[in-house]
Design a protein around this ligand. Sequence first.
Ligand code: TA6
Length: 280
Amino acid sequence: MAINFPYLDISNCNASVRVAQNGAQVFGFDRVGEAPVLWISPKAVYEKGKPLRGGIPICWPWFGPHPTDSEKPRHGFARLMPWELEEFSEAQKGVTVSSFKLTHNEETLKLWPYKFDLTLTVEVSKSLDITLTTKNTGDEPFEITQSLHAYFLIGDISEIEIQGLEGHDYIDLTNGNQVKTQGDEPLLITGETDRVYRHQGSCTLVDNRLGRAIRIDKTGSNSTVVWNPWEEKAKDLPDFPDDGYKNMVCIETANALDDKVVVEPGQEYTIGKRIQVAAL
Ligand code: TA6
């Protein structure tokens, strides 16, 4: 598949990541000698201005459909726009840090009438650490929802479980936004899943087929979103293979639905995600 956009390929002795200029979207995190951590659709479209199906799209300044205007892009506009590379350094051997910036402009002001600086930092070592900082550079408060919408590669959907959500309430987006509660058992995915968990802690994705556990720690987020389209919905997505649902699951670090963040003028807010991998 030809990649028709600029991107940064970052490697050190521990791992490599790829970050597209479009949306500052991470679309690869590969630890040396191991299977990729993130899932990228084999049907992904690598075009400027289009979100890539897989990796870690940034949903910002709103998560999901725009609350009042269905003409505006789903999951906001940050994933559709070119970001600037701000910083790049090898902080120490095996630890590479880069940062990317998006600032309000004519196009963003038409979609969302606020002034902002948005900064993504990406630190790659044996783990991947990402932070997204929203700064309000205008003179009135604004409200955001957001997500670091990570797609994880898995061996097979029937052989994973997600630990850490036990006992937490969630909004079931596949079922009229009913509020339900996860039981005492880890989450198994056995059908279409689109849930916003009210959850601040960590999660572990245990993958028995690939023999690994991916731990996801987070900061600044009160919502963990779990998504798998399953068979029928996958067929409706042009950039998603029919059987792709077997090899991916999204575990998203978010502020979603009524978990909104207000950022006052001159203030900033940071959401962060750390992805670590261990053998089982
Ligand atoms: O985060 C879950 C979700 O909002 C789902 O409802 C699902 O549609 C998914 O994101 C992908 O959205 P996209 O706009 O990238 O197709």
